[in-house]
Ligand binder design. Structure first.
Ligand SMILES: [Fe+2]
Ligand SMILES: [Fe+2]
Length: 183
């Protein structure tokens, strides 16, 4: 199976669990909504792919052993480690940084914390809480920081039980656009 089929298969088999164990949408709905919101705003294919895959660490068979859903299983690192083998950094880095982006936004935007769901507030504590000023400035030096923050805003909105989205196949070309040439 190629990597895109493997990913879609994992979502179809493991994506029906509720997102982050308590949100109003499933993992698959959450991924599709994040990608759909990114596409609706006319963002590049690679960022659309990044949004679709940002929580892949929660559904991949490979991450089963390493993601502990009670403690902070660092799902963003588990997912990106699997994906980095196949996709370019423009696809994998914003997802790898999506937890850091939450900690960054909590530190730098006074009204951002109020937009977090209760599940997200709880996981923030496990993830280390808001960044300090020094951590926030360092994060801004990351070349993928702006994409990571943008993805995070879609992530926050992708929890709507009523949203209608395209299916996974619709996003195959976006994923193909982000494949490494030697993969
Ligand atoms: Fe996440
Ligand atoms: Fe997410």
């Amino acid at each position: 199976m190629n990597i895109i089929d493997t990913i879609f298969d994992a979502f179809h088999r493991n994506g029906d669990a509720l997102y982050d164990g308590g949100e109003a949408v499933t993992q698959s709905q959450h991924a599709l909504q994040a990608a759909h919101l990114t596409e609706q705003e006319g963002k590049p294919a690679t960022l659309i792919a990044a949004s679709l895959l940002h929580d892949y660490g929660h559904v991949s068979d490979e991450s089963e052993d390493s993601v502990d859903r009670e403690a902070d299983g660092r799902h963003e690192l588990v997912g990106s480690r699997i994906l980095e083998e196949h996709f370019i950094p423009a696809v994998t880095e914003p997802g790898k940084l999506h937890v850091a982006a939450k900690r960054y936004l909590c530190a730098t935007e006074s009204d951002y914390f109020a937009t977090l769901s209760p599940v997200s507030v709880r996981s923030l504590e496990l993830q280390g809480g808001p960044f300090t000023d020094v951590q926030a400035r360092a994060f801004e030096e990351n070349p993928h920081y702006a994409d990571a923050v943008q993805l995070r805003r879609y992530d926050e909105r992708a929890k709507d039980p009523e949203m209608i989205t395209p299916d996974f196949e619709h996003f195959r070309p976006h994923l193909e656009a982000g494949l490494k040439s030697d993969a």
